[in-house]
Design a protein around this ligand. Structure first.
Ligand SMILES: C[S@@+](CC[C@H](N)C(=O)[O-])C[C@H]1O[C@@H](n2cnc3c(N)ncnc32)[C@H](O)[C@@H]1O
Length: 198
């Protein structure tokens, strides 16, 4: 199939960006066996607070938006956190460049964009392919923690977890760390679920 010059340039830029991201991630996480991973970390409130109280845990947050990641990095600098890393990256792209040997102790998704229209549901971060990928990187008993103010997205996540052979909802699990994120502060109510790798 023929592609336009503009499209070819865009693909070339994407390839360069991905190569740079891979090099950066490889250098930052050299020697690291496992991480706590937060997708769509926004301004980094939750992860910096978690990282500060768990200095032994290597933490990684990613977000699509550059200025949000700059805010995250400023928080790390101000608090002297060397166990917390942030990257501007798209979720699936990040999972592609992350060294295969790195395991996820825990994955956290807080107030992800709900994409309310049915035709946009495929843009939600929770998808079977994402849960498959997480399952590959997560040891038995380790968890995926999801929180949203959006009831339909919460129910979508429950359905995807219940249908997945490698995840089991753990109703007795305690939420790993409470601190208000930027979006949590704006919401009157929210719903949480923790699933463990089985
Ligand atoms: C509503 S905000 C919530 C931010 C933060 N978790 C909080 O609770 O304050 C959702 C975030 O997810 C990010 N995001 C959405 N889709 C993403 C994707 N595919 N990969 C990485 N980040 C994504 C957005 O850029 C946005 O910052």
């Amino acid at each position: 199939m023929e592609i336009s010059e503009a499209h070819a340039r865009e693909l070339e830029k994407q390839a360069v960006r991905k190569k740079e991201l891979k090099a950066q991630v490889g250098a930052d996480l050299a020697g690291v066996d496992s991480i706590l991973f937060e997708a769509g970390c926004g301004h980094g409130h939750w992860l910096t607070s978690y990282g500060e109280t768990h200095p032994e845990q290597v933490c990684v947050g990613i977000d699509l938006i550059s200025w949000r990641i700059r805010k995250c990095l400023d928080k790390c600098t101000k608090r002297g956190l060397d166990n917390v890393h942030f990257y501007k990256a798209e979720l699936l792209e990040y999972l592609e460049v992350l060294p295969e040997s790195i395991r996820f102790d825990r994955t956290v998704l807080l107030f992800p964009d709900p994409w309310p229209k049915a035709k946009h549901h495929r843009r939600r971060m929770v998808q079977t392919a994402f849960l498959d990928e997480l399952a590959k990187r997560t040891d038995m008993g380790n968890t995926f923690c999801f929180r949203s103010d959006d009831r339909p997205y919460f129910e979508w996540t429950i359905e995807h977890l219940e249908a997945h052979p490698n995840w089991e909802i753990d109703a007795s699990a305690v939420w790993p760390h409470e601190t208000e994120t930027y979006f949590q502060e704006l919401m009157d109510e929210y719903f949480s679920v923790v699933a463990k790798r089985v």
